[in-house]
Design a protein around this ligand. Sequence first.
Ligand SMILES: NC(=O)c1ccc[n+]([C@@H]2O[C@H](COP(=O)([O-])OP(=O)(O)OC[C@H]3O[C@@H](n4cnc5c(N)ncnc54)[C@H](OP(=O)(O)O)[C@@H]3O)[C@@H](O)[C@H]2O)c1
Length: 275
Amino acid sequence: MHSSIHYKIGFIGGGNMSTALITGLKNQNFDPQRIQVVDPDESKRTFLSNRLGVNVTADLNEIIQNDVIVFAVKPQQLKSVALALAPLLKQQLMISIAAGVRLLDLSRWLNHYPKIIRAMPNTPAQIQLGITGLYAMPLVSKIEIETATEILGAVGSTLWVEEEAELDAITAISGSGPAYVFYLIEALQDAAISLGLTEEQAQQLSIATFKGASQLAEVSSSSIQTLRAQVTSKGGTTEQGLLSLETSKVKQAIILAAQQAEKRAKILGDELGKI
Ligand SMILES: NC(=O)c1ccc[n+]([C@@H]2O[C@H](COP(=O)([O-])OP(=O)(O)OC[C@H]3O[C@@H](n4cnc5c(N)ncnc54)[C@H](OP(=O)(O)O)[C@@H]3O)[C@@H](O)[C@H]2O)c1
């Protein structure tokens, strides 16, 4: 993305995710003067204005002067914001990053507005290493899809899906996924300590191992299975470790965890639609 982009973006909610997105956009040379944020909290507005150089306001009505409007409030706050905004909308592209809220519900709150994209980013967006699942309503144009790809692409990679229900699976995998990975890092740290290493050594070793292995997986032309086989020599230490993981059914436990998370995403979607 280059500074030649002319559309203006309005963020409703100036919290963690908006801050991450604006930081990413600025890093991509998006002019912060083309960004406006509405948030009721004065300290957040001051921070965003001073630190990131964006325009800020406490008045939701002002946000409609933008070409793209991003809903970045908590899911439970979305309905009241949408109801207030509904009579003011023109032809803007709406993007919701609120976890769990279905477009059928959001569109209804927006007076059956037909041009909405739902995005599911994850927390590594804070360091521009996120991955965002995206789904667009049928009337969203190709150019608008490109625009959303640019905006969410400013904080990492993007993955479009054809069915909105797939976002529940994405929520369970990449949305909740960072927590699973932190859990595994913690486990490896605890393991290191149990083997007599210090806390500091344990942390350094486990984080570097996750980082190195995932970067190797990303750049290597070999499959994950091949990479795993390459460190698993017959009769060696890794083989013993992996055998123990298999006996403990760790892989099955992770699959079940994601299935449970997806189930929960569906229930939350139902509940959020009813509020
Ligand atoms: N953080 C993540 O990694 C992540 C990942 C995926 C999806 N999401 C989604 O992103 C959304 C934002 O998350 P977040 O972590 O950035 O939340 P957050 O830090 O709580 O930010 C939301 C902001 O919106 C403000 N707000 C509340 N009502 C408003 C209104 N009527 N008009 C304008 N602003 C209003 C809030 O103010 P108050 O604090 O005063 O209420 C807060 O500053 C959520 O829906 C979440 O599901 C986040």
